[in-house]
Design a protein around this ligand. Structure first.
Ligand SMILES: [Ca+2]
Ligand SMILES: [Ca+2]
Length: 492
């Protein structure tokens, strides 16, 4: 059927190409020659063809859902002179060679790519190498495919009790934070029986309090510093950043408390993610504590990204250093609900903040000093004003009507948790490099943002367990931390 439509389409368009070649069909052949400025006439063949070709993508339909089996991607193209070929892309990468003969088409067996959203594009090229704009179709593949063709997914290490965050040392060891306050170490692929440390006086009431974040100092190999973010009962229940020093595979002693956050009044939205920027500063995601409004108060530490020196003193170039006082001088960006995870791109320091949503939307925000991401006045694309920095990408909690038609397309979830930039030069194929990967705790899906193709988002993988964190490992694999194990995804 698809081929038939394409063929008929070409026949119609082929006629129009002929008509165009005949000077509009008037028989006058008026375009056979053109006058130059000095009155000489030159044949058309020597005049540059600057008119772009056009393309119509016939199948699949935009927002086609639950596609299974083999699907045809079919297009018609037309041009004032002639079509040289049509290029097809799937998820931002060329799919096969140019089709140089009508009917223009390619096909894909849907089971080759992960179940979920994919983006199909086509454009035409004329005989003078002019190209049409890309024509895009956002579609959803069905089946039950959990990694794309060419990748394998393996359960690396399990046995964790409520994991929340992880970090990898340059020597390959992986440090796991458990919500109950225990820090575990994976060495040579095995979970060591003796914990690195067990925090005293941890409060892990509700589903969100407890040990929520762990990060290693950039010079960990020489100083052994391990930072944790956890809810302590000491001095009133509040979140705290403390620092251990490693002695081999265990902590040398109790941690040093470095930075205290305000007393908590609910168990919700504790944040806890920590990473070092390429500026050597410690960035910290702090939730709104279930309170909402303080996220808009730049003098409150709730609902913020903080920026600290590695000894938890406050950098004097922070955006509110001069206007805030005390610990509030650490505020770096405001208007967040629960930035439970974020990521920093090693190549240039770009920051993506994953802010967990309340009513309708999950969002990825680009980290900017002094930015206001809107919460609780704004969530996702709703109620944005000029005062708020809009998300880079946002996806709904429930499907739109029709499915895929709202911002975020077919990506659905209720709790964004885990983000990682895949580096250029890593072991993944080129089309995955430079992408930003993020996970959703509730759907177990891992998607990727194609930053070089208009931030299009494609389904990448799905795990059995609930993802809480993502990391690109030292060997180039993508590691997914779930509540009870680490899943390793890498090219076969
Ligand atoms: Ca042309
Ligand atoms: Ca927002």
């Amino acid at each position: 059927m698809a081929n038939w439509r394409s063929t008929i389409g070409w026949m119609v368009l082929g006629s129009s190409v002929l008509l165009a070649g005949c000077g509009g069909g008037g028989g006058e052949a008026g375009s056979a020659t053109d006058a130059t400025a000095d009155g000489r006439e030159v044949p058309d063949a020597l005049a540059a063809d600057t008119e772009l070709p056009t393309l119509v993508l016939n199948t699949p339909a935009n927002l086609a859902a639950n596609l299974t089996g083999r699907i045809d991607i079919t297009a018609d193209a037309s041009d004032n002179v002639g079509i040289a070929g049509v290029e097809f892309q799937i998820d931002g990468a060329l799919w096969g060679d140019d089709d140089t003969n009508p009917p223009y088409m390619t096909s894909i067996t849907t089971s080759r790519l992960t179940t979920g959203q994919h983006v199909i594009r086509a454009r035409a090229r004329d005989t003078s190498n002019n190209r049409s704009a890309w024509v895009t179709r956002v579609v959803q593949f069905g089946n039950d495919v959990q990694v794309p063709e060419g990748f394998t997914k393996t359960a690396l290490v399990g046995g964790f009790d409520g994991a929340t965050s992880f970090a990898q040392a340059p020597d390959g060891r992986i440090f796991i934070a458990q919500q109950n306050g225990q820090i575990r170490v994976i060495k040579n692929g095995a979970l060591l029986p003796t914990p690195f440390a067990t925090l005293a006086n941890v409060n892990n009431e509700g589903s969100e309090r407890g040990l929520g974040g762990i990060v290693l100092h950039p010079d960990f190999a020489s100083n052994g510093w391990v930072y944790v973010y956890y809810t302590t009962t000491e001095g009133g229940i509040h979140n705290r950043i403390s620092r251990f020093t490693a002695n081999g595979d265990v902590a040398a002693g109790p941690p040093t408390a470095l930075f205290g956050l305000p007393t908590l009044t609910t168990t919700m939205h504790n944040g806890g993610a920590m990473h070092f920027g390429i500026d050597g500063k410690l960035y910290v995601g702090v939730g709104d504590g279930g309170l909402g409004a303080p996220a808009q108060d730049r003098t409150s530490l709730f609902g913020k990204m903080l920026r600290l020196n590695d000894d938890a003193t406050i950098p004097t170039d922070n955006p509110y250093y001069g206007t805030n006082t005390g610990n509030a001088r650490a505020v770096w960006a405001i208007g967040l609900r629960n930035p439970f995870t974020f990521a920093i791109r090693p190549s240039d320091g770009r920051i993506h903040i994953n802010d967990v949503g309340q009513n309708t939307w999950e969002e990825i925000d680009v980290g900017i000093a002094g930015a206001n991401y809107g919460w609780p006045n704004s969530e996702g694309p709703d109620n944005l004003t000029a005062a708020f920095t809009a998300p880079l990408f946002t996806y709904r909690h429930t499907a739109a009507t029709p499915p895929g038609s709202a911002v975020g397309g077919f990506i659905i979830g209720r709790c964004i948790a885990g983000g990682a930039f895949y580096p250029v030069g890593g072991s993944f194929p080129a089309r995955f490099q430079g992408n930003y990967f993020f996970a959703d705790f509730t759907t177990h899906e891992i998607s990727r943002v194609d930053l070089s193709n208009g931030n299009a988002v494609y389904a990448f993988a799905k795990t059995v367990g609930e993802p809480v964190d993502l990391r690109v490992a030292t060997d180039g694999a993508l590691l997914v931390l779930t509540r009870n194990n680490i899943v390793r995804i890498a090219p076969t």
